[in-house]
Design a protein around this ligand. Structure first.
Ligand SMILES: [Zn+2]
Length: 56
């Protein structure tokens, strides 16, 4: 299996939805990027894009 596909599209840091702090990228799997906020320590799973568009 591929380790980390299409990571070029994923930002290393995003703004925290709660506190506005910086969330750092922890990992990426199946279109879902996981971030950890350095301020409130919250964890965020962000859906980046669907790897499989509708229809086959
Ligand atoms: Zn935060």
């Amino acid at each position: 299996m591929t380790d980390i596909p299409e990571r070029a599209d994923i930002p290393e840091v995003i703004d925290c939805i709660d506190c506005g702090g910086r969330c750092h990228l922890l990992g990426y799997h199946g279109g879902l990027a996981t971030y950890r906020c350095e301020d409130c320590r919250d964890r965020w799973d962000v859906l980046m894009h669907d790897e499989r568009p509708d229809g086959e």
